[in-house]
Write a protein that binds this ligand. Structure first.
Ligand SMILES: C[S@@+](CC[C@H](N)C(=O)[O-])C[C@H]1O[C@@H](n2cnc3c(N)ncnc32)[C@H](O)[C@@H]1O
Length: 297
């Protein structure tokens, strides 16, 4: 591996031969190879093509071999191997205490939740529910600079990572952690914006996930028999917790059809996600209250 270009070709071939699954923040084998090569050399992701002709350091070659072994043989996601993950322009500490950050809710938040939030003043209180390592709430704290943000999860290990990410990349004093089951600890009318990416993989789907997912906490992925019980419980309680102008962004991924079957009278609005991903609903507090009043939820 004499140059970065040669290292990149070798990494790409290795990942292709191993047939790795790219579902953890990188869209292609090429993108994963770039991340591993730059990570091995200790360089940030923003590089020009000029680097391809530059010599690849010997110590980076040894590190790249280790990383490729972890990726190709153990099937660890790139973000766990590198110990960090980028989302919406921020770099988060990332390890097996929490899911690899990749929620498409991030792209909606990065756009100020428009057009769903509308022309109202920015949200005062934001809850990142089922926060894992805290990426969504921390992104929101940058997009809405006057908001107080609560990162909430049932898992203390995930929250310890979220706390580290607050220290690493959140504005001082505006983002806090709380441990609890869904919204149960939150007072009525206490949140303007709830971002929620709960577990939504059904028990039967869990058995068919590519091996990369087995490195993530099971409790971050697996829901109930059908996959949507937590999402439904959260929809029901969000009507209580959201303020009158409130908005819920809820991710259920591939479980859209199951959720619609379980709640056939709820006219969900599914957000078009130009940067990829699927199954994110935008639901206003008023809609939730109307659906509950009509007996649809
Ligand atoms: C799909 S992960 C989402 C993590 C993070 N929001 C992200 O997008 O990367 C789901 C998270 O929900 C948490 N969780 C599971 N059951 C929960 C419950 N009943 N109440 C609160 N959090 C829960 C898990 O610990 C996990 O961190």
């Amino acid at each position: 591996m004499e140059t970065f270009g040669a290292a990149l070709s070798e990494a790409e071939s290795c990942l292709t031969r191993a047939g790795v699954f790219c579902g953890h923040g990188y869209e292609s084998i090429y993108d994963e190879a770039v991340a591993l090569v730059l990570g091995a050399a200790g360089l940030p992701p923003a590089q020009t093509r000029a680097i391809l002709a530059e010599p690849f350091p010997v110590e980076a070659s040894a590190r790249l071999r280790d990383l490729l072994r972890g990726r190709c043989e153990a099937r660890q996601p790139v973000a766990y191997l590198l110990g960090e993950a980028w989302l919406a322009g921020l770099c988060f500490t990332c390890d097996t205490r929490a899911l690899v950050p990749r929620s498409p809710i991030a792209q909606v938040v990065a756009e100020g939740c428009q057009p769903w939030w509308g022309e109202l003043a920015s949200p005062n209180t934001i809850v990142d529910l089922c926060c894992g390592g805290g990426s969504l709430g921390i992104i929101a704290s940058h997009v809405f600079p006057s908001a107080t943000v609560l990162l909430s999860d049932i898992d203390s290990a995930a929250l310890s990572l979220a706390q580290e990410n607050i220290q690493r990349c959140a504005p001082l004093g505006r983002v806090h952690c709380v441990q609890g089951h869904l919204l149960t600890l939150l007072a009525s009318n206490s949140a303007d914006l709830i971002l929620a990416n709960p577990p939504y993989v059904s028990i039967s789907e869990m058995a068919h996930l590519p091996p990369e997912y087995l490195h993530e906490p099971r409790g971050a992925l697996q829901a109930d028999e059908e996959g949507v019980a937590l999402a439904i419980a959260l929809l029901q309680d969000a009507a209580r917790v959201l303020s009158n102008v409130g908005l819920l962004l809820l991710e259920v991924g591939e479980s859209v059809a199951t959720l619609e079957t379980r709640l056939p009278r709820v006219p969900f609005t599914w957000i078009d996600l130009p940067e990829g991903g699927a199954g994110v609903a935008a639901v206003s507090a008023q809609e939730l209250r109307d659906w509950i009043a009509a007996g649809a939820l």
